[in-house]
Design a protein around this ligand. Sequence first.
Ligand code: NAD
Ligand code: ZN
Length: 276
Amino acid sequence: MGQGNTDHPGRISQDDCDVVFPVDAQQRFNTVKNWIADAVRVTVLTGAGISTDSGIPDFRGPQGLWTRDPEAEKMATIDNYMSDPQVRKKAWQWKLEQMGAEREPNTGHDALVELELSGKLLALVTQNVDGFHQQAGNSADKVIEIHGTMREAICMDCGDRTDIETTLDRVRAGELDPACPLCEGILKSATISFGQGLVEEDLARAQRAALDCDLLLAIGSTLMVYPIAGIVPTAREAGAIVVIINAEATGMDEIAHAVLRGSISDLLPRLLSVRG
Ligand code: NAD
Ligand code: ZN
């Protein structure tokens, strides 16, 4: 590590890490651990891969929901959801199964709580809608749920939001496509589907966090869903070190300073714990 950037206290100069690109996995792990130890402001981007060890399938991994059932992608596309009651029924049944099982955050989520406790976490941008980061103990003001949350239902007409369980109780009671109790509008989980815009303010916060960090950790994402995947090159161009942790290749491996391949729930606790 070199002197850092004097304009930006704590920033690790990009020149320093371009010369360090070890090919050996253990060496690479140790290098990344040192980068994290030296960093002052870490922005984290998480995807579905951090939650698979909690029993929630990802979409595009080898066991992913869409890999096994390409039809399921329809549920996540807003036009299909709004126009087809069968898609809505399938979506609510799927949600019932997801929410019915006892599921908890795993050691990967816990490691990101440790990162926050160390004082280094600038922002935790998540593509996930499972609410596990807050449940594990990350502060609500650090977590940016860029694709919304499945813990709430929203009316697509009047915007009324309620706890998802209120709507799921109605589905359990036999209303397979429940309507908004206030205006009869279509209800949907408060997740951002394909074809829906992101919340501008959330995207702006995520972009700011990419510009202001020393180090960006992208964890458990294929980095194929835009615009949020774009914060990875944004961080890189702004001078941050970029580290990708994922079981398989991602769309951004080429621009990362280091890529760690392996199980997130195994790697993250070792990487982020002061106990090594
Ligand atoms: P993705 O499904 O496109 O990719 C997940 C990646 O994680 C894959 O490359 C897979 O190989 C890797 N992976 C899975 N389990 C892993 C593990 N234990 N260790 C290491 N790597 C692992 O996910 P995405 O890029 O986040 O995009 C999918 C979109 O779907 C997101 O935008 C998100 O909103 C949504 N989604 C959310 C959840 C959730 O909330 N838990 C689950 C599925 C999908
Ligand atoms: Zn309504």
